[in-house]
Design a protein around this ligand. Structure first.
Ligand SMILES: Cc1ncc(COP(=O)(O)O)c(C=O)c1O
Length: 400
């Protein structure tokens, strides 16, 4: 591709960029080839040394001497994501949880402390609260709606603040700007799990976070057929994460990178539609007195204000806090849905439902469910929203 064409693509709007990027002009194909390689063949020993020298000088330039470092297929994906995140660089990992681990492993050492949002994704809670303890890394949890609990938890040993926004299953939105200013004042690094909004709706690095995690398994791939993760970083932490990535070998393979690149071409179109569909379903659900909607929809709530302050849109994942003395009727409501699949993960084209049991929220200190409150999670997919609403309506007859 000529430099002037590259320059034009890089300066076009993101929607246009996603449609035109990664074309293989050499082979005249719309999509890039999947380059699978363990060994990378060089023309000579001098060529190897030259490539290694280039990699040392420019570690984000795509100069590889071994397959574990990536190939042109993973490099293309990293370039696209770096533009989407407006970050210094993006590392890609075999799963979203790999990105969670890489972020924490990169910047914490025995004796350090980390502060974590109370309603994080439950495996992140297990990793920080239980596993890291064995390595003498202490975790304290803060209340996302009371940042005094965050300030109080800071000690001289605090290395990292781990934010997930919105909270997993509870969908509480936080004052992200305030968290960043607390962290900066105390010289603490920050990371945000941005899987719900993706950088299409919010760019954490631009906001001031040092690292930003997305499970590419969800909206990036969009078709429920691949796993992957991304960790966007600022220049400040780049070397630390690069070292940790090399030591752990946590890198995405080329076939998965290809599928995620393919999914990304329609990220904007799909997310726009998830948002429209979810809004229609939310409007319908908000009329039901037994249901408190956990979605940035009601204008007079703190969650709505915090969402509006930082996000340009909302994705398709929402919670329904249901008040009922009859748990069997909640189960029957969920089990009577016909268009919704029952299963974990989300972010694909299809609608999903889950009745969240104790283990998804149980260990939390704040924002617990009260007696007779139940949590149902919906992922609103790309089906016709009229059909989804009709389905929910018939299932709601069972809710007592
Ligand atoms: C918010 C969030 N972060 C991280 C992950 C982990 O991603 P993966 O399943 O790709 O490992 C998930 C998975 O559900 C998630 O919901």
């Amino acid at each position: 591709m000529s430099p002037s064409v590259i320059k034009f693509f890089m300066s076009s709007s993101f929607k246009t960029f996603l449609k035109h990027t990664a074309k293989d002009f050499h082979n005249q194909s719309v999509n890039p080839p999947v380059v699978r390689a363990s060994t990378i063949i060089f023309k000579s020993m001098q060529h190897i040394r030259k490539t290694q020298a280039k990699a040392q000088k420019n570690p984000i330039g795509g100069h590889y001497d071994y397959g574990r470092q990536g190939t042109s297929t993973t490099y293309i994906l990293q370039k696209i994501l770096t533009k989407l995140e407006e970050s210094y660089h993006v590392f890609t990992t075999p799963t979203g949880f790999g990105a969670v681990f890489l972020a924490i492993f990169s910047v914490t050492r025995p004796g350090d402390e980390i502060i974590v949002a109370d309603p994080v994704y439950s495996p992140t809670r297990l990793l920080t609260e239980n596993f890291l303890k064995e390595f003498n890394i202490k975790t304290t949890f803060y209340n996302p709606h009371d940042l005094k609990t965050l300030e109080k938890a800071i000690t001289k040993k605090t290395k990292l603040i781990f934010v997930e926004n919105p909270g997993s299953n509870s969908f509480d939105f936080q004052d992200l700007g305030k968290i960043i200013s607390i962290a900066k004042k105390n010289k603490i690094l920050t990371v945000m799990d941005n899987t719900w909004g993706t950088p299409y709706y919010l760019k954490p690095i631009k906001l001031g976070f040092d690292m930003s995690i997305v499970s590419a398994t969800k909206y990036y791939s969009g078709h429920s057929d691949v796993m992957g993760g991304s960790l966007a970083v600022s220049k400040k932490v780049f070397n630390q994460v690069k070292n940790a990535e090399r030591i752990t070998g946590l890198r995405l393979g080329p076939d998965d990178a290809y599928l995620i690149t393919r999914g990304l071409r329609t990220l904007d179109v799909r997310l726009d539609r998830h948002r429209e569909n979810a809004k229609k379903v939310a409007e319908f659900l908000s009329k039901n007195k037994k249901i408190k909607l956990l979605y940035p929809y009601k204008k007079d709530s703190y969650n709505f204000r915090m969402w509006k302050k930082y996000y340009s849109g909302a994705s398709g994942l929402m919670g329904l806090k249901i008040k009922s003395k009859n748990i069997n009727s909640v189960r029957k409501f969920v089990n009577s849905l016909k268009l919704f699949g029952y299963g974990y993960s989300w972010g694909g084209f299809e609608s999903l439902a889950l009745h969240q049991e104790f283990r998804e929220t149980g260990a939390r200190k704040y924002l617990k469910l009260a007696k007779d409150e139940h949590l149902v999670r919906f992922h609103i997919g790309l089906e016709d929203p009229k059909d989804l609403i009709a389905d929910i309506k018939q299932a709601l007859r069972h809710l007592k």
